[in-house]
Design a binder for this molecule. Structure first.
Ligand SMILES: [Ca+2]
Ligand SMILES: [Ca+2]
Ligand SMILES: [Ca+2]
Length: 581
């Protein structure tokens, strides 16, 4: 481990320091310790402000860090649930797509299952994650889809020839698909073991917009366009009809809209109260089976009234139940509508953040200042910016196309800045970087790559910063106070003062190749600062000192001060951030 040097010295005269940053009355407090009036005022202010609360959110899920697993593409822990012969003349196992240059993608099942995740739970936990989001595990059709347009390597928005390996084509919202459980490992046992043995929560992937592809098949296929209930009873059937051919008087057609939405997917009719019951009761069912939070697919394709009812019914039984949604859009004002209480109070994946993060970390000559615009720390469109789930790529877009250093820098940012980090499987080795959905983005990760990951530089640095976040409440839920964001360098505080926790973290990021000396004076609190990343020598700061730290290239320092904030200028800033977040 690299040992870094820290120096502390009085950087500026008291007079200069105060002239720059403090109002005159506060300057008297800081510099004229003999003034009786100032001391009394100061004591009163400390007493008053020591009870001040500074934090991002009251939602406890903010402390989590989420590892995103594409269930079929993680690890095949049990060959007995692979069903390689399934599908007959329209098989669903191992359907490779080839590029001319020999690259491959695959649209068949490849064997990943719950046992593969459980077998690697210690690895995921060691990396610093506390939750795993699994792509949907509910029953999907057994064959490849014969309708639509045929998918090819690099293609998009075509479902022909694809299997349901991704899980987003439900045929029974109440039943686990046969590819995922093992003997003695049903979903409930899995979630319990993850939680009880490894401290890992489970995020369940919710789909309300659609079931499976439902029309355009040359010959109608079993399961496609059909929905079954908890007892295995057929409750809806698209009958391979185009949406406009559905009969609103036919009970088996009433779960579907008579207009299409996404390709050939059945468009679920949220105006039908029975469909709402069917879906919402299924979500409650999976909470009973151990789901700790929801990730919601395609939320923008379903109107607000559904989410209002869904959120109300879920939270009537499970108050504070955390949900974050995919509204695949780069306009913060647009995606923020779901976060408002009147629309269900559902958090969202930070797509504008994703765009900004990749733009910075894919490009070495980028500027940290480009990250500021997505944070919306005050007066932003979100109900609460600290509840957003933050990420740099996922299974529906090209993976981040960064160097190893770029991934390391991105993780250092993701695990220290506001939001709940979500990292897609394989990112810890830069797996398939730059590759889109049908170009290898979703290729099978497998046990071999996980063994490689254990000594991979990206994984090691990710693990270091993620474990610091796990142990530093300020990094999870502290208000973010930005100091400098310029070129290759960024510095900011995260401050939490909530209940019996009072802690400030100072984060120093350097994405250049060279070591950089930070000299921090702004809002700097008196007291003992301890560095968490490299366990550098603790430094005691008194009024007027600067905190000086040399941060190595592509690295991070996290300096932590325990106890309540005493710096008046910082308190003022925190009050504003608290009031307007
Ligand atoms: Ca398997
Ligand atoms: Ca199936
Ligand atoms: Ca829809």
């Amino acid at each position: 481990m690299m040992k870094q040097k820290l120096l502390a010295r009085p950087s500026l005269s008291c007079f200069t320091f105060t002239a720059m940053t403090m109002a005159l009355t506060l300057a008297l407090t800081a510099c004229t310790h003999t003034s009786h009036t100032a001391s009394v005022d100061s004591a009163k202010q400390s007493a008053k402000l020591s009870t001040a609360q500074y934090y991002g959110t009251n939602n406890p899920f903010v402390k989590e860090a989420v590892y995103f697993v594409m269930t079929d593409r993680f690890v095949d822990g049990d060959a007995s649930n692979n069903y390689p012969e399934q599908g007959g003349n329209l098989p669903s196992f191992d359907l490779p797509l080839y590029a001319e240059n020999g690259d491959t993608a695959n649209v068949g099942y490849l064997g990943g299952d719950l046992k593969g995740v459980l077998d690697n739970a210690q690895y995921i936990s060691n990396m610093g994650f506390t939750a795993v989001w699994l792509t949907p595990i509910v029953e999907n059709p057994d064959q490849q889809f014969s309708g639509g347009e045929a998918i090819a390597y690099g293609g998009a928005f075509k479902d022909g020839g694809k299997s349901a390996y991704h899980g987003y084509w439900a045929s029974n919202f109440y039943k686990i698909d046969e590819h995922y459980p093992s003997e003695n490992l049903d979903y409930k046992t899995y979630t319990n073991k993850m939680r009880d043995q490894f401290g890992i929560k489970t995020v369940f992937d919710v789909v309300a917009n659609h079931g499976s592809p439902s029309f355009s098949m040359p010959v109608e296929q079993n399961q496609f366009g059909k929905l079954y209930d908890l007892n295995g009873r057929l409750v809806a059937d698209h009958q391979n009809l185009a949406p406009e051919k559905l009969d609103p008087n036919n009970p088996l057609h009433q779960f579907y809209h008579t207009s299409p939405d996404i390709m050939q997917l059945s468009n679920l009719n949220e105006d039908n109260p029975q469909l709402r019951d069917y879906l919402i009761n299924s979500y409650l069912y999976w909470i009973e089976q151990g789901a700790d939070a929801f990730r919601i697919d395609t939320i923008k394709h379903v109107p607000h009234h559904f989410w209002q009812e869904m959120a109300a019914r879920v939270r009537a039984q499970y108050p504070d139940f955390f949900m974050f949604a995919e509204s695949f859009d780069y306009n913060a004002n647009f995606i923020a509508q779901h976060t408002l209480a009147k629309n269900g109070g559902i958090s969202v994946l930070d797509f504008p953040g994703q765009k900004a993060i990749t733009s910075v970390f894919e490009t070495p000559d980028s500027d940290y200042a480009s990250l500021l615009s997505y944070l919306h720390l005050t007066h932003g469109p979100y109900a609460n910016p600290y509840e957003l789930t933050t990420f740099y790529d996922n299974h529906d877009m090209p993976r981040m196309n960064a160097s190893d250093s770029g991934f390391i820098d991105a993780n250092n940012w993701l695990f220290t800045s506001r939001g709940i980090p979500v990292v897609y499987q394989g990112s810890e080795i830069g797996f398939m970087r730059g590759k889109a959905e049908h170009q290898g983005n979703r290729n099978y990760l497998g046990q071999e790559n996980i063994e490689i990951a254990k000594s991979h530089p990206i994984q090691q640095q990710l693990s270091a910063i993620a474990n610091i976040r796990k142990n530093v409440p300020a990094l999870q839920n502290g208000l973010q106070v930005n100091l400098e964001f310029k070129g290759d360098h960024a510095a900011f505080y995260r401050v939490i003062q909530k209940g019996d926790i009072a802690q400030t973290a100072l984060v120093l990021l350097n994405k250049s190749d060279k070591s950089h000396r930070f000299e921090i004076t702004q809002y700097l609190d008196k007291g003992t600062w301890t560095e968490m990343r490299f366990e550098q020598q603790a430094q005691t700061i008194t009024t007027g000192d600067a905190l000086l730290a040399d941060v190595a290239g592509h690295s991070v320092n996290v300096w932590v001060k325990e106890g309540a904030v005493v710096n008046e200028a910082l308190k003022n800033e925190l009050s504003k951030l608290m009031a307007f977040k």
